[in-house]
Each structure stands twice: as structure tokens, then as C-alpha cells.
Design a protein around this ligand. Structure first.
Ligand SMILES: NC(=O)c1ccc[n+]([C@@H]2O[C@H](COP(=O)([O-])OP(=O)(O)OC[C@H]3O[C@@H](n4cnc5c(N)ncnc54)[C@H](O)[C@@H]3O)[C@@H](O)[C@H]2O)c1
Ligand SMILES: [Zn+2]
Length: 396
């Protein structure tokens, strides 16, 4: 942060300090559009209990396909809560997945939909979808009228446990992921476990990598709970999965509220354990390796690295490897061994890209105990190579 004393210049500085405080309710529920469930209506009424609130609804095409009766359920819900909810116009279907953040013109289409519905700063853009759809609708909501109220219903395990319960949004531009976006805390986030039931096994598993990640850097008890429940989680037992999502989401929210840097102005990305290699792996494989799969590999890699760097006791790396394997992750990709023309491991460029995203000093989170992250500002390329070799040896 800029020191106030440095502001003295040739002219006269009048330094006006101000702070803005936010309330961000995150609700954990099931069947949010069952008319008997007051969660959504209560979220809309949080600031003005007596008003009928105007709402524009955006739904992920993947969710729409998996739950063809959702639109009818939302309409039925609005009718049952007509005193609180007025849905403006049709429900807008947004292409699901990364396409949502990349397709040229989509942001303009969403802004057009908000404009056609005459949304104002007291009405709501509601997004129901995976992290990608939440990102693009959240971005449109943040810039329309400089920000209309935005309510999120994350529908993947990953979005409910991690990406959807945050204050950021973004779209991809000029070939760069998340290049354009804002920090804009949503009005509320509603995590409805019923959406997760409709996901394919791969997508259910993906979000578990983020839970293991946050447990490793913040919460030993949670890590031990995941270990104790690994078989139930691997079998996607709904109640166990709900509990994993809730604990993970709360840890992510706590970082935003108490980490001291909700809008990421510093050089650190404290929750991005295992992510420098994960992001690179995703792009090197053209996203054939999903984010969650890449995070599982990245977490295993950085845990072994933590041992090799003398931070973490030997054996804890085996433990993390075993847990991720039980959860169903494959902790290897041939891409880890790929080399550039100059002989360097291709994955290493991920370190530079990780630093460039924020600017400032390279800051990577490692662990010195299960449940405790530490920041380092340098990573040894030789040790990274050795950690990759260790992962290779564990492949059957
Ligand atoms: N804003 C942030 O802070 C933040 C943080 C991390 C990641 N992200 C972003 O999140 C995105 C990834 O999100 P994701 O992992 O949720 O995947 P996703 O949004 O790409 O969705 C994956 C697929 O699942 C489908 N889908 C979603 N919910 C479904 C459901 N309930 N049933 C059936 N199909 C469903 C989608 O249509 C899509 O095809 C990335 O773009 C990433 O950049 C954002
Ligand atoms: Zn992640």
C-alpha cells in the first residue's frame, strides 16, 4: 500500500481516506426453488423486506439441459412468492463452460438483456451456473449501471466450494484467460446441494481438489476429516459432499473477509496453493486436463516440493498423494515432463505467468505442516524437476 507520508509532493496533498464495508451472505440449502424454501425470497428482501423485487434470471445451458424442469420450478417459485419476486422477461440461457467467457459479443448480449428488462441498481441479475457462467454474468452485472445487485447460484462442486463463493468476476480477452473483470461482491450466494446431484462424476470430483487444497493450507482438522471420509467422497455420497463443500466454501470466504486483501492488491494469492503449475498444465493440454484435475496434480507436486525444500516432514507428501488418489484423481500427465526447445521443462513458465497475473514479487504458497501454508518468493527449478520425477515414479 502507498505510504501516506510519500504523498507529499510539490503541490498540496489532501488525503481523504474512506472505507467501504460489505455484507456477503452465503447460504447453504437444498432445493432452493421449492416454493416452501424461503431462502431466495429472503435473500432478495435482505435490505427492503416490504418490496417486490425485479429480477433478471440467467441460467447455464448445461444446467438447463440437465434439469429441464428448472425453468418451470423458478416460475412456480416466483408465483408462490409474488409479493417478493417479479421475474422480468424470459429466463436467459447462457452457454455453459469456458465458451461463456470467450465468445465474442456475449457480454454485450447480456448487457442488452439487462437493458431490455430496464434493470436498475436496486434490481437483481441472478446467475445460476458453473463458475464460467457466474463469471460472465457477474461481470455484466458489475458494469451495467456501474453495478446492479447480483445473486449467484453456483451449480458445480468447484463453484460451490471455491470459485463461486468469491468477489471476483472475469471474461477472457485477447487470448488471455480472465484478462477483463472486476472485484464486485455479490449481494448473496446461494449454494444449493441439489444442483450437484446432476453433475457427471468428473465434475463432482473436480471440486474436491480445491477442498483438499484449502484444507492443506488452512485447516488440519478438515484435512483429517477428508481423509476419514475419502471413500464416501469417492463414491459421491451426497451428505458427505455437502459437508465438504460447506467447509471449503467457509474457508474461502474467511480468507476474503479476514485475509486483509479481499481485492488482491498485494503480490500474494494465498489460496492458490498448487495453482502455478495447474494453470500452466491446463493451457499446455488445451484444457484436456480440467482445472480440478490440474489442481490435484499441482497440489501433489507442491507438497512433494515442500518436502524437498525442507519445509515439510517426509511422509506427509505420501499422505497427500494417497488421499488424492483415493478420491479418484490421476496425479500424472505426460505434459509435466514436456520440454521447451531450450531444454527447460515447459511447466516452469507457469511460475512466471503466475507472477505476471498480479505483478509484484513472485509469491508462491507452500506448506510447512498439513493445515499450514507458508509463502516463498523463489522456487528451485532442480527441485521442481525432482518433484515431477517423484510423481512419475508413482504412476502404475
Ligand atoms: N471468479 C472467481 O473468483 C473464479 C475463481 C476460480 C475459477 N473461476 C472460473 O470458474 C470457471 C470454472 O468453473 P466450473 O468448474 O464451475 O466449471 P464450468 O463453469 O466451466 O462448468 C463446467 C460444465 O458443467 C456444466 N454444468 C454446470 N453446472 C451443472 C449442473 N449442475 N449439472 C450439469 N451440468 C452443469 C456447464 O454447462 C459446463 O459445461 C473457470 O472459468 C474459472 O476461471 C472463477
Ligand atoms: Zn482453483
Amino acid at each position: 500500500m502507498l505510504e501516506r507520508s510519500r504523498l507529499a509532493t510539490w503541490g498540496e496533498t489532501h488525503l481523504q481516506h474512506f472505507a467501504v464495508s460489505y455484507d456477503l451472505p452465503v447460504v447453504f440449502t437444498r432445493d432452493a426453488f421449492d416454493p416452501a424454501n424461503p431462502t431466495f425470497a429472503d435473500a432478495l428482501r435482505r435490505l427492503e423486506p416490504a418490496k417486490r423485487h425485479r429480477v433478471a434470471i440467467f441460467v447455464d445451458s448445461g444446467v438447463q439441459a440437465a434439469m429441464p424442469s428448472l425453468e418451470r420450478a423458478i416460475r412456480r417459485y416466483a408465483a408462490a412468492h409474488a409479493g417478493a419476486v417479479a421475474i422480468e422477461g424470459d429466463i436467459v440461457v447462457v452457454p455453459g463452460g469456458e465458451e461463456a467467457k470467450t465468445r465474442p459479443g456475449l457480454v454485450e448480449e447480456l448487457l442488452g438483456a439487462l437493458s431490455a428488462r430496464a434493470m436498475d441498481r436496486h434490481s437483481y441479475a441472478v446467475a445460476i451456473g458453473g463458475g464460467a457462467v457466474l463469471d460472465v454474468v457477474g461481470y455484466a452485472a458489475a458494469i451495467f449501471h456501474r453495478g446492479v445487485r447480483h445473486i449467484r447460484f453456483p451449480t458445480t462442486v468447484l463453484a460451490q466450494a471455491d470459485s463461486g463463493v468469491g468477489v471476483k468476476n472475469a471474461v477472457n480477452a485477447f487470448g488471455v484467460k480472465n484478462l477483463v473483470g472486476t472485484f464486485a461482491p455479490p449481494f448473496a450466494i446461494i449454494n444449493d446441494g441439489a444442483f450437484v446431484d446432476h453433475l457427471a462424476p468428473r465434475e463432482k470430483r473436480d471440486g474436491m481438489a480445491e477442498a483438499v487444497k484449502v484444507a492443506l493450507i488452512r485447516d488440519r482438522t478438515f484435512f483429517e476429516w477428508i481423509e476419514a471420509n475419502a471413500d464416501a467422497l469417492a463414491g459421491f455420497h451426497p451428505n458427505t459432499l455437502d459437508r465438504l463443500i460447506e467447509r471449503s466454501a467457509k474457508l474461502h470466504m474467511r480468507q476474503i473477509a479476514e485475509g486483509g486483501d479481499p481485492f488482491e492488491t498485494g503480490s500474494a494469492r494465498p489460496l492458490d496453493y498448487g495453482h502455478w503449475s495447474a494453470h500452466r498444465l491446463e493451457s499446455l493440454t488445451g484444457h484436456a486436463v480440467s482445472h480440478g484435475e490440474a489442481v490435484a496434480i499441482g497440489v501433489a507436486l507442491d507438497t512433494r516440493y515442500s518436502v524437498l525444500a525442507g519445509l515439510l516432514p517426509e511422509g506427509e507428501d505420501e499422505r497427500v498423494h494417497a488421499l488424492l488418489t483415493t478420491l479418484g484423481f490421476t496425479l500424472w500427465s505426460e505434459t509435466l515432463a514436456r520440454r521447451e526447445a531450450d531444454g527447460q521443462l515447459a511447466i516452469l513458465r507457469g511460475l512466471r505467468e503466475f507472477q505476471e497475473h498480479l505483478g509484484g514479487e513472485l509469491t508462491v504458497t507452500l506448506i510447512d505442516a498439513v493445515g499450514h501454508g507458508v509463502e516463498v518468493h523463489r522456487m528451485d527449478h532442480g527441485l521442481i524437476g525432482a518433484a515431477i520425477g517423484w510423481l512419475a515414479e508413482r504412476q502404475v
